[in-house]
Write a protein that binds this ligand. Structure first.
Ligand SMILES: *[C@@H]1O[C@H](CO)[C@@H](O)[C@H](O)[C@H]1NC(C)=O
Ligand SMILES: *[C@@H]1O[C@H](CO)[C@@H](O)[C@H](O)[C@H]1NC(C)=O
Ligand SMILES: *[C@@H]1O[C@H](CO)[C@@H](O)[C@H](O)[C@H]1NC(C)=O
Ligand SMILES: *[C@@H]1O[C@H](CO)[C@@H](O)[C@H](O)[C@H]1NC(C)=O
Length: 484
């Protein structure tokens, strides 16, 4: 959505120049405009579009083999019904092929999401991407004695973010696969296992270090200029009695983001927390100096992040970027959480953690059951009467983004139904801050069958279920007759 972002500049531009557009001033005005644009482009990106029309970049930096079964087999992976029992995840793959895993994954990262895909997404008006990431993208966090993941993803992330930025598409960095695994037996955690260890001090701290590193890179590396938000945890266990400490983690997550930003001189509305001005222009030194201002949990995460940042900064050849000026024109990132209603049994409320801009994420799939009876009528009645935006807002979880959804169903859907199914969901989700489809694409192959028809955004547009302009509906009256 280049247009939406650019139009944000107009009022500002006329205010600063104190003149209205007149052909006589055009040449001078043009020069002002260009230099203003390059100066402002950083903060312009740190904003959400007025409505999010997005897709997930799933299976890029966290590979889920069900989405690309033929490529996975070619890479050397396996398929099985219980994903903990064969080479079905990144973890199992890296353990099986320690010598070749990095090269093989590098080829996957380059081919699954690249310039052509960015172009395709622009063509269909996508303004936002959510990028699922594993903790292992910060390589120093991996305990190589017991944990196995490919290396080198950070370079691909930097490359992809740069391409997105050049296209005016904003990005949400989504911590999708947490240290210790946040939910059992799911490919999306990078490791299928029933041994869930995320909800422990050790792994919470690793996730906070990850957060500090990603926040710093988002502000220091111009290639990360497309990043507007960081999401703390994708899909934690829904039963809140099984996620001890998650509420404290939410607060620490936000404080780590804001601590890094305060150190960078970014204006963060954190009452009572001011950090002393520093003489150093070396960011990691400044981060160490600012430690006493924060809680012990935040301090320990930042302290652990410092040497890792020095390493990542060297690896990405960003040394000059770490010289920062304490008066930054950047805007704080949005922090993002799964909404309170994702969990049950007395869940913590992520709105209690908020300092500065924050968004909430809800995921809705009908195909896994538990939402509506498996038939067209029940699906449309359910979606046309969805109350999630209101229910979340009543608990302070606003704005709400539907960060994952799709066209999949528990029954064999006709084309006629899928036109309606796409429209009705988009109608429901745009009552909130917007939507992010899962996924931007899936494999098209004999082995994948007709997976793409209901799981691929780009294929859905090609087939006509999803309108070419995402702000439009095929039939704006799709819910007539279903609203109760
Ligand atoms: C939630 O988890 C607790 C602890 O494991 C368990 O006792 C309880 O039955 C679970 N609740 C539901 C609804 O499954
Ligand atoms: C910044 O300080 C760190 C120590 O925190 C040091 O390792 C690094 O070399 C310094 N960077 C520059 C560019 O001076
Ligand atoms: C859907 O169609 C396939 C064949 O195309 C069939 O095998 C399957 O049983 C059908 N599923 C349902 C739920 O009707
Ligand atoms: C939606 O658009 C398709 C063409 O893309 C058309 O065949 C279909 O009839 C339309 N459905 C409705 C309900 O307007």
């Amino acid at each position: 959505m280049k247009n939406a972002q650019r139009s944000d500049l107009w009022p500002l531009k006329s205010r600063l120049l104190g003149l209205t557009c007149h052909s006589m001033y055009l040449p001078m005005y043009y020069i002002f405009y260009v230099s203003l644009f390059s100066f402002l482009s950083i903060s312009v990106h740190a904003r959400l579009p007025s409505k999010i029309y997005g897709v997930n970049l799933g299976s890029w930096l966290v590979l889920e083999s069900w989405m690309l079964p033929a490529e996975w087999i070619r890479m050397g992976g396996q398929q099985c019904s219980d994903c903990s029992q064969c080479i079905a995840t990144e973890f199992a793959f890296a353990r099986a092929y320690p010598d070749t895993v990095d090269g093989i994954f590098n080829m996957h990262w380059s081919s699954w999401f690249n310039e052509d895909d960015v172009h395709d997404l622009m063509e269909v008006g996508i303004n936002t991407v959510r990028i699922p990431l594993g903790y292992w993208i910060v390589e120093a966090l991996v305990d190589r004695k017991t944990e196995f993941y490919p290396r080198g993803g950070i370079h691909q992330l930097k490359r992809g973010l740069r391409q997105l930025k050049d296209s005016g598409i904003i990005a949400i960095l989504d911590h999708h696969a947490l240290p210790g695994v946040q939910t059992p037996n799911q490919m999306f955690t990078g490791r299928c296992t029933s041994d869930v260890e995320f909800y422990t001090d050790y792994n919470y701290r690793r996730a906070l270090v990850w957060t500090a590193v990603m926040t710093a890179l988002s502000h220091l590396d111009p290639d990360f200029g497309s990043v507007v938000a960081i999401e703390a945890v994708n899909e934690p266990i829904m039963n809140a009695t099984q996620t001890p400490g998650y509420g404290d983690f939410q607060k620490n997550f936000v404080q780590v983001v804001r601590a890094v930003e305060l150190t960078l001189g970014i204006d963060v509305p954190w009452s009572g927390t001011k950090i002393a001005p520093t003489d150093t222009t070396n960011f990691t030194v400044a981060l160490e100096e600012s430690l006493p201002n924060f809680t012990p949990e935040v301090q320990s995460a930042l302290l652990e992040a410092v040497p890792i940042l020095v390493e990542v900064i060297t690896e990405l050849a960003l040394d000059s970027m770490t010289r920062f000026s304490p008066h930054s024109s950047r805007e704080p990132l949005y922090t993002s959480f799964m909404d309170i209603n994702w969990q049950y049994d007395n869940p913590p409320n992520p709105s209690d953690a908020q300092i500065g801009p924050q968004i909430y994420d809800n995921h809705l799939y009908y195909s896994f059951g538990g939402v509506a009876d498996p038939n067209e009528q029940a699906y449309l009645e359910s979606i046309c009467n969805l109350q999630r935006v209101q229910a979340d807002a009543a608990l302070g979880n606003s704005p709400l983004v539907f960060g994952e959804w799709g066209l999949s169903t528990q029954f064999n859907a006709t084309d006629e139904f899928l036109y309606k199914w796409a429209d009705a969901q988009k109608l429901a989700y745009t009552k909130g801050a917007g939507w992010i489809f899962w996924n931007f694409k899936v494999e098209i192959s004999t082995l994948a069958g007709d997976l793409a028809r209901q799981w691929s955004y780009l294929e859905g547009v090609k087939l006509g279920f999803l309108t070419r302009d995402p702000s439009k509906l095929n039939d704006t009256n799709v819910c007539d007759g279903y609203i109760q």
